[in-house]
Write a protein that binds this ligand. Structure first.
Ligand code: PLP
Length: 364
């Protein structure tokens, strides 16, 4: 099948901007974590409007680091969702904690206060909220629930760079937020992630944990590791790509948003389909478009025939053997999952493409 409009496409800055910068880094003799990583952190934190960020080798590394910094480990439970990519829940297992799957809001696939509250136990220490497909979780309710139960709120915003809640960037509200710069996200650095810390006092420890528990810049024969640390640092090569991408962040994200809004308008009030819907405080960044259909197989076949990429969602995580011990009734997820199809809405989808997508979906 010849796919003309793919579901994902890697955004790269123009070669005449990126390649000289990359060449300089590659032959600088300093390709590990160094000045480029610090500069990327500085520019990213300015763009997001936060103080403390820690650039990591992946979003998964950033998630695990968040859990370690939150002091979550064996014997603890964390409320999470099965409606996500596997790394969300793998990171909880990396920390040694157990999972309590909450059901989702049937309008948009994210967990919320109403679905999380019933699954909180005495062992729960944290809530892992995922901005699925770039749709922000309703964080006000989750924040209240977390505060009233003494829980840490971690936001997995791997798919939600540039999304907002009450006009504030995602990344400014949870105790810990992570982003991913993996190959098919809005913005890539090859692979990479960013951890955003609400408590800036944790920054020094976070930086040490990211690099074997060692303080960088201190003589390796004198430095003293007091914690189990990890090899989770971003390197200068990825950071150089990230720095070249920063001037394009807003343009890329805005293109996803414009296409997403176009689809929202076209698919609203149509028979047999409905766009995902959200609280009016949420401003999604439309990583991929989420459409709910009475008969998604028919729509998938039509899209394929027209050369348009699509996908069903990730395998629901409670159906993996490794997470099956945490399976629980999730009736909202059952129906959402079976009717969901993802459509391309990124920067590469032009006005003609998006019109064609609408015609293919609405064809009778
Ligand atoms: C929801 C979600 N969480 C976490 C991750 C992990 O990010 P990374 O691939 O950068 O480790 C991803 C992406 O793969 C994701 O989609």
């Amino acid at each position: 099948m010849n796919i003309r409009v793919p579901l994902y496409k890697v955004h790269m800055p123009p070669a005449d901007e990126l390649m000289p910068a990359l060449q300089k880094t590659l032959y600088s003799g300093q390709i590990g974590e160094g000045a480029k990583v610090s500069e990327f952190e500085k520019q990213f934190s300015q763009w997001l409007g936060v103080e403390s960020v820690v650039a990591c080798s992946s979003g998964t590394a950033a998630l695990h680091l968040a859990l370690v910094l939150a002091g979550i480990g064996q014997g603890d439970e964390e409320v999470s969702t099965a409606m996500t990519a596997e790394p969300t829940n793998m990171a909880i297992r990396h920390a040694g904690a157990d999972i309590r799957f909450a059901d989702i809001n049937p309008m948009n696939g994210t967990i919320d206060a109403a679905t999380v509250a019933p699954v909180i136990t005495d062992r729960c220490r944290a809530i892992m909220a995922v901005d699925y497909a770039g749709i922000p979780v309703a964080i006000d309710g989750l924040r209240q629930l977390a505060d009233s139960n003494g829980l840490v709120l971690i936001e997995d915003a791997a798919q939600a760079l540039g999304a907002k809640w009450r006009g504030q960037a995602i990344g400014t509200q949870a105790d810990f937020t992570i982003f991913s710069f993996q190959a098919i996200k809005h913005i890539t650095t090859g692979d990479g992630g960013m951890l955003v810390l609400r408590n800036t006092d944790l920054l020094t420890r976070a930086r040490k944990l990211r690099w074997f528990g060692l303080e960088r810049g201190v003589d390796r024969s004198r430095v003293n590791a007091v914690d189990v640390g990890y090899k989770y640092n971003m390197n200068n090569i990825s950071a150089t790509m990230g720095l070249a991408q920063i001037p394009y962040f807003n343009t890329v994200i805005n293109a996803h948003v414009q296409n997403g809004k176009f689809f929202d308008g076209a698919f609203r009030n149509q028979p047999h389909i409905r766009p995902a819907a959200w609280d009016q405080s949420a401003e999604p960044c439309y990583w991929v478009y989420s459409l709910l259909c009475d008969d998604r197989e028919k729509i998938a076949a039509r899209l394929s025939a027209a050369g348009i990429g699509w996908s069903y969602p990730h395998k629901r995580n409670d159906r993996h053997q490794i997470f099956s011990q945490y399976a629980a009734p999730l009736p909202n997820l059952d129906s959402y999952f079976e009717s969901l199809i993802h459509l391309p809405c990124g920067w590469w989808v032009n006005e003609i493409d998006r019109q064609q997508i609408v015609e293919v979906i609405l064809a009778r």
